[in-house]
Write a protein that binds this ligand. Structure first.
Ligand SMILES: Cc1ncc(COP(=O)(O)O)c(C=O)c1O
Length: 482
């Protein structure tokens, strides 16, 4: 896959290039410009806008749940990809402006800061969700749940939920600031996770943990929010010839939302309220372009309807109405699926392989580690690295920037604000999706050079460099990082 240069600066806003080397950015979680399906979107837009009935639907107020043909097309596409035991109905889908906006909307509808006890974030966690939870009133209620090699430390989560319930006692006098609504409910807890190819840790949660987590969610009235945003981007680790796209076999684990739909009678089992305990948060950002600001949620029909009845959704309909008409065409014609299969997966497989080989050559011998090293199928955008024992991620990040014009993400920015229990000062995250393909190996080599110098000079942790303050209540420095 040839890569053309993008118009984006390789350094995030506010960062200067102190060394004379060409800048390399392994921090930014954007697709490389060459991977955006510009001509397909142009063709879909022209077709949609040339048909008066589609153009009209696209340009006027739309349905609360989103453009009906888009819901149908997404349901069909998800059914063929995930292959659940029964087809996914369109009524399970509610359109929105992408995973971030969907999360904000769901918190509006399904939580109440006075009675939702905690937001449990599998940590390290995608750092830009912290503010979404803060905006919803949960600044002091975010708690980290550590990952283990299988994805999540469920025993820890159970123990902490029990403590939180105990502290809350049986007090039912807490004020409610939102009116009672038949079409929605207030969940007692929220768990946020990225079960497959997580951002940032690149881990995938095992099947048995997925089942256990759904059971736990049912037991404690948890809403499990799964950002299933990287599922379509996967490839086998051992696929030297990524041009043979038909050999790019994948291994689909059922999503947590699929398990919640099927396990023990699903959300319609005796005694359940029908809302379900899992929502899958999907987005076109990683598949067609983040500027589309378009995505969907999938949950029970009752849950999805509740989302569609949020005030911001009802006033004018779901966001990205016009864009939905383009995406409908891309899905109905199979062009998006073809783009994912023949462009994105081979390109990301190549990019991953370039970065992983360079890590094996330059970093593993220095004592770096990678999570879940024996996986047969990998995916997503990121590689998470554990550092040699004496190194500190913030210091390494700063030195890479100053001495090598290289930007990487220190593990500390993925720590849950306000919870000191899960620290990641000895980790960094590298992104292989954004930087030009030919710079991926070079970027890793530069890290190796810096680390060799640090190890040789015997520099220990906690040096003079601090890139990002812990807790980063002001996360302006994170803008554009994703
Ligand atoms: C885990 C995760 N969730 C959500 C998003 C943002 O998605 P969207 O662009 O749909 O808001 C990202 C982007 O990097 C992500 O990694």
């Amino acid at each position: 896959m040839s890569s053309t240069s993008t118009n984006f600066s390789s350094l995030p806003a506010g960062m200067t290039n102190a060394s004379s080397k060409p800048a390399i950015n392994l921090l930014r979680g954007w697709p490389n410009g060459s991977l955006l399906p510009v001509s397909l979107i142009k063709e879909a837009a022209t077709t949609a806008l040339s048909d008066p009935s589609i153009a009209y639907d696209g340009l006027v107020y739309g349905a609360d749940e989103g453009y009906p043909p888009a819901r149908e097309a997404i349901a069909e596409w998800l059914t063929s990809f995930y292959n659940p035991s029964k087809p996914i109905e369109a009524e399970r889908i509610c359109l929105n402006g992408g995973a971030s906006q969907s999360l904000g909307c769901m918190l509006n509808v399904y939580t109440e800061p006075s009675s939702t006890l905690n937001i449990w974030l599998v940590a390290p966690a995608y750092m830009l969700v912290f503010r979404i939870f803060e905006d919803a009133g949960f600044s002091d209620k975010m708690r980290a749940v550590p990952e283990d090699e299988d994805g999540i430390d469920i025993a820890y989560l159970r123990q902490e939920i029990l403590k939180s319930e105990e502290n809350a006692g049986k007090d039912t006098t807490t004020p409610r600031y939102k009116p009672h609504r038949d079409r929605a409910k207030v969940y007692r807890h929220v768990v946020y996770c990225v079960p497959t190819f997580s951002n940032p840790s690149s881990r995938t949660m095992s099947l048995h943990q997925r089942r256990d987590l759904v059971r736990l969610a049912r037991e404690f009235d948890v809403l499990l929010v799964c950002d299933d945003v990287y599922d379509f981007l996967q490839w086998p680790t051992a696929s030297p010839d990524t041009k043979l796209v038909e050999t790019l076999k994948t291994s689909h684990l059922p999503r947590l939302v699929d398990i919640d739909r099927e396990l023990d009678g699903g959300a319609d089992r005796k005694g359940a309220d029908g809302f379900g305990n899992v929502v899958s948060n999907g987005t076109f950002s990683k598949l067609a372009g983040p500027g589309l600001r378009s995505g969907w949620i999938e949950g029970t029909a009752k849950f999805s309807y509740g989302v569609s009845q949020a005030g911001i959704q009802r006033s004018g309909g779901a966001p990205s109405q016009l864009t939905s008409t383009y995406l409908t065409r891309l899905l109905q014609t199979g062009q998006l699926q073809h783009h994912i299969q023949t462009v994105l997966r081979p390109a990301y497989a190549t990019r991953y392989s370039l970065m992983a080989s360079a890590i094996k050559e330059h970093l593993l011998p220095l004592g770096f580690t990678m999570p879940q090293p024996d996986r047969e199928v990998v995916g997503g955008y990121f590689i998470w690295l554990g550092l040699p024992e004496t190194l500190n991620g913030e210091e390494l990040t700063q030195r890479c920037q100053d001495e090598e014009s290289l930007v990487i993400a220190p593990g500390s920015i993925f720590e849950v604000p306000g919870d000191e229990s899960a620290r990641f000062e000895r980790s960094v995250r590298l992104c292989f999706a954004f930087e030009e393909e030919e710079n991926l190996g070079e970027g890793v080599r530069r890290i190796g050079d810096v680390v060799e110098m640090m190890l040789e000079s015997g520099e220990g942790p906690c040096g003079e460099y601090v890139v990002v303050e812990r807790g980063h209540k002001d996360d302006t420095k994170l803008q554009g990082f994703m």
